[in-house]
Ligand binder design. Structure first.
Ligand SMILES: Nc1ncnc2c1ncn2[C@@H]1O[C@H](COP(=O)(O)OP(=O)(O)O)[C@@H](O)[C@H]1O
Ligand SMILES: [Mg+2]
Length: 279
C-alpha cells in the first residue's frame, strides 16, 4: 500500500487540489484509493461537496469506528475521510494521552494497513506542523510538496523538510521519502515563476526532486473546484488535466529518489540569495 502525504507549511500552494487529484487520478486508473483530510479546515469535503455523518475527530479519539467515517464510492475506486473544524480540538483533547504524538498515526497504521483494503492512502494536511501534520508524517512513506510560485512557498517547503528531518531523527527506521517537489501555479515566462524555480534548484536537497514542469497556472482548476469536480471531469482537455495526468504517470511508476539525508539540513536557505538577486 502506498502512503503518501501532501505537505507544505505554507497555505494556498495547491495542497488540497493536489491531494484530490492524486487520489482521483490513481482511482481513475483502477487503484483502490483512500483520501484522508488531515486538515481541520475540511477543504477536501468542501471541494468534493461531501457531508460526513461522523467526523475524522471521532475516529481519531476512538468514538466512531473507521467504517462510520469512511465515505465510500465518492468516485469509482475512491473513498474519502473528510475533516471538520471539530478536529481543531484534537490537540487539546489528546493532551492527557500517553504517546499522544503518535496516537493518530498508530490508529491509521493499525486500521488501514492491516485490512489491506486500499492500494494507496493519500493525506491532505494543514499548513502547520501541528499534531495532525506530525502524525501524517509519521504515517506516510512518501511526500509530495507543492510549491506555489513565490518565496514564502519555497521557505514553507524548506520548513517542511526540516520537520521531516525531526521525524527521521526520532524514528530512524521509518521510510519517509521525498517523491516530488511540485511547482504549482507555474506561469512560464513570468518572472516570479522563473525566480522560484531557480530558488528551488539552488537548494541541493530540493533540486533533485523537482517535478518539471509541475502544474501550470490554470483558471479551469478554480472552476473545477467551484463546480465540485476534478479537472478530468470539468475540463479534460485543459493544461491542468495534462499536468496532473503527468504527475499520476510519475507516481504510478512509483520510484522515489534518494532518502533525504540529514546532512542536507539548511538553517539559512541557500535559495534566499538567488531570489534576492533575481527579484
Ligand atoms: N495550478 C493552479 N492554477 C490555478 N489555480 C489553482 C492551481 N492550483 C490550485 N489552484 C486554486 O488555488 C486555490 C488554493 O488551492 P488549494 O489546493 O486549496 O491550496 P492549499 O490546500 O495549499 O491551501 C484553490 O481555489 C484552487 O482551485
Ligand atoms: Mg488545503
Amino acid at each position: 500500500m502506498r502512503k503518501l502525504a501532501v505537505v507544505n507549511m505554507k497555505g494556498g500552494v495547491g495542497k488540497t487540489t493536489t491531494s484530490i487529484h492524486i487520489a482521483a487520478g490513481l482511482a481513475l486508473r483502477g487503484h483502490k484509493v483512500l483520501l484522508v483530510d488531515a486538515d481541520p479546515q475540511g477543504n477536501v469535503g468542501h471541494t468534493l461537496q461531501l457531508q460526513a455523518r461522523h467526523t475524522f475527530e471521532e475516529w481519531m479519539t476512538g468514538e466512531a469506528p473507521l467504517d462510520a467515517v469512511v465515505m465510500r464510492g465518492v468516485r469509482e475506486g475512491l473513498d474519502v475521510i473528510v475533516s471538520t473544524p471539530a478536529a481543531f480540538s484534537l490537540e487539546r483533547r489528546l493532551a492527557g494521552e500517553t504517546q499522544r504524538e503518535t496516537i493518530l498515526s498508530r490508529r491509521l497504521h493499525k486500521e488501514l494497513t492491516d485490512k489491506k483494503r486500499y492500494d494507496a492512502v493519500i493525506l491532505d494536511t494543514s499548513p502547520a506542523m501541528n499534531l495532525l501534520t506530525y502524525n501524517a508524517l509519521l504515517f506516510a512513506e512518501e511526500l509530495v510538496i507543492p510549491v506555489g510560485m513565490d518565496l514564502m512557498a519555497v521557505i514553507g517547503a524548506r520548513q517542511t523538510l526540516n520537520g521531516v528531518l525531526q521525524v527521521r531523527e526520532l524514528w530512524p527506521d521509518r521510510r519517509l521519502e521525498l517523491l516530488a517537489v511540485l511547482p504549482t501555479f507555474v506561469h512560464s515566462g513570468n518572472h516570479a515563476s522563473k525566480a522560484t524555480i531557480e530558488a528551488l534548484e539552488s537548494d541541493a536537497a530540493i533540486a533533485k526532486h523537482v517535478f518539471h514542469p509541475g502544474i501550470r497556472q490554470c483558471i479551469d482548476l478554480n472552476y473545477a473546484t467551484a463546480s465540485h469536480q476534478t479537472i478530468w471531469e470539468y475540463a479534460p482537455r485543459s493544461r491542468a488535466a495534462d499536468d496532473y495526468s503527468a504527475l499520476i504517470d510519475y507516481i504510478e511508476r512509483g520510484k522515489t529518489g534518494d532518502r533525504y539525508a540529514s546532512d542536507e539540513r539548511s538553517e539559512t536557505p541557500p535559495f534566499a540569495e538567488s531570489l534576492a538577486r533575481t527579484a
